[in-house]
Design a protein around this ligand. Sequence first.
Ligand code: PXL
Length: 269
Amino acid sequence: MKKALVLAGSDTSGGAGIQADIKTSQEIGIYPMTALTTIVAQNPSTSWAHDVYPIELDTVKAQLHTILDGVGVDIMKTGMLPTAEVIKLAAEVIEKHNLPAVIDPVLVCKGQDEALHPENSEALRDVLVPKALVTTPNLFEAGQLAGMSNITTVDEMKEAAKRIYELGAKNVIVKGGSEVEGDKAVDVFYAGDEFILIETDAIDTTYTHGAGCTFASAITAYIAKGQEPLEAIKSAKTFITNAIEGASELNQYVGSVNQFANRHNHVNV
Ligand code: PXL
């Protein structure tokens, strides 16, 4: 079984973060090991604001030692990285262990409008995204990485994808999802050649908590199982579409995607 190192945060509410990564890995059939970078505790007393509790750098390093030097991995996936220090550490790990890496450049949780820290965008842009085999920014993150504000059209997504590719990422998938004009959920893929639009019918739901983490984890798992990046992205799009279709409400604030929904609709690889 292929093994993945997941460097990401814990979503206490269970739908996103490392919880999504573990569930997705399990569904697709790879073995995830987790180095926790931060804990997100959603606060029911403040309308579900996401309170972020970073883990000590030494504790992150100890987990990486277990995974990299104690077991060994085939691929790496990053999610929420709370400080520029941890972002740089992630880049060092990719370099030292020569790992294919799927970088989900998490800057903000869905429904939250404050980026984690401004210096994190810069570290992601300058240090980590350049080392990505695949990077999966949403529109906000693509804007931050590409130095563009307010991306709303497919043409702007293409421009952002090209700029992010030029940072050094080998395969870029800018996730427009249902936020792009029109009734399709559109993502733009770029790997230095032509732009490829990956489209599905938009699903009419707000229960999408965990979608970004699940999508990036599915890409990681399909690559680990032997698919090329573009093929893995297409398989992951099917996986996340099913997971969104199978989503359910958690409370008045949020509903989470359901990785289990793919058992009935699985892309077998
Ligand atoms: O969806 C982004 C995200 C990533 N990682 C963690 C999260 C969230 C959003 O809630 O909690 C740990």
